[in-house]
Design a protein around this ligand. Structure first.
Ligand SMILES: C[S@@+](CC[C@H](N)C(=O)[O-])C[C@H]1O[C@@H](n2cnc3c(N)ncnc32)[C@H](O)[C@@H]1O
Length: 366
């Protein structure tokens, strides 16, 4: 045997196997056969609720709404209609509003919106066909703005939220056709037009991962600050860790991969170069973040263990859903998180999420 051969073999040993998770015993709601998308956009009916989602996710949104017996119709790519609002907001919804009218001109839209104090949002569904009509959106927006001049409307969705005002919804569902309605800003699924909460790509946070965290924290409504201890599972190369450090937090960053060198040597970052399944904190932390590229049910069970052991008080996690049929996994992941002791578990496919969803939760027992 050549000198050093043994050492070489040792280094090449595969990493230890991750624990295999037994599926939690969960009763799945009856599955629904999702119809194919209509060849031509169906127009929403006034009095119903119009939902929008990421293109390609109409099927799971349709099924989630069916589970809540809301009488659902698939209208087109990115658009689903229901006759009622569900008890729990669906994971795959980006925005919803009650349709007051379907109109053909911005003048009619302005008339439907009336003299109420509103921040008007004109949007197209985030689909190939919808985005091709973005120019039409601009034209409707400026005509409606001109017609509402002098109405002391809030200037931003945030000020509408603060004032308790509404968000006027003008959704261009087809060429020269808009569904119009109003949603109170404080009840809106998103303050961004059509739920497209685009985060700014800054020089310090160039990655999509960092934008995902920015959007998630905006959605959660609170964020870690100076002195908070955050654990970041699946942290490399460090987009989330960087964002948390920038907010003044201390971060225990756990990944089998490497962190960017400036983060690895940062005074408020401690890198645990190991599997998150083998990591246990020395003391409880304030926030648990997780963006691990790993099987979602095993990740959910790992996160459940954190609540069970009272290792963290707040959770923000991204679950990867590369499988075709995503809903059974989500139902099981939610059940695992709740069984572990996480409460107010909310799952949402945010704007920056692709084949993944974001989860927020707080620990049930302080
Ligand atoms: C999408 S990346 C995370 C990106 C990170 N949030 C950022 O902002 O830079 C997924 C990470 O999960 C890590 N990962 C996968 N399985 C893991 C495990 N068992 N323990 C720790 N990290 C793991 C991968 O090494 C990878 O760095």
């Amino acid at each position: 045997m050549r000198k050093g051969h043994h050492k070489l073999r040792k280094e090449r040993r595969p990493p230890p196997k991750e624990p295999k998770a037994p599926p939690p015993p969960v009763q799945l709601p009856a599955r629904v056969k999702v119809p194919t998308l209509p060849a031509k956009t169906l127009l929403p009916t006034p009095g119903t609720f119009l939902w929008t989602c990421r293109e390609g996710f109409e099927g799971p949104l349709f099924e989630e709404l069916c589970w809540h017996k809301t009488s659902v119709t698939l209208l087109s790519a990115g658009l689903v209609q229901s006759e009622k609002l569900p008890r729990v907001m669906p994971t795959f919804a980006r925005m919803v509003f009650r349709v007051d009218a379907v109109v053909a001109t911005p003048q009619e839209a302005a008339q439907v919106l009336g003299p109420r104090r509103l921040k008007v949002q004109v949007w197209v569904p985030d689909t190939q066909a919808g985005n091709a009509r973005a120019g039409e959106c601009v034209a409707w927006e400026s005509t409606i703005a001109a017609l509402r001049e002098g109405q002391s409307d809030p200037s931003t969705p945030w000020s509408a939220f603060e004032l308790g005002a509404g968000l006027g919804q003008v959704s261009l569902v087809a060429p020269h056709t808009a569904a119009v309605g109003v949603v109170p800003a404080r009840e809106a699924l998103s303050l961004a037009a059509g739920g497209r909460a685009r985060m700014k790509r800054t020089a310090e946070a160039p990655s999509r991962a960092a934008m995902k965290l920015d959007e998630a924290l905006e959605w959660v409504g609170v964020a870690p600050g100076k002195g908070d201890v955050c654990v970041d599972l699946g942290s490399a190369p460090g987009g989330w860790t960087r964002r948390l450090v920038e907010r003044g937090a201390r971060v225990w960053s756990v990944d089998t991969g490497l962190l960017a060198p400036d983060l690895a040597s940062h005074g408020r970052v401690k890198h645990f170069h190991q599997s998150a399944f083998a990591f246990a904190p020395d003391e409880p932390c304030d926030w648990l973040f997780c963006d691990m590229a790993w099987r979602p049910l095993e990740v959910a069970q790992l996160l459940a263990k954190w609540a069970r052991n009272r290792w963290a008080r707040q959770l923000v996690a991204n679950l990867k859903l590369p499988m075709k049929d995503k809903l059974p996994t989500l139902v099981r992941a939610r059940a695992a998180l709740e069984a572990g002791g996480w409460s107010d578990v909310t799952l949402r496919q945010l704007y920056h999420d692709r084949d993944e969803v974001t989860v927020k939760a707080i620990r049930r027992h302080a």
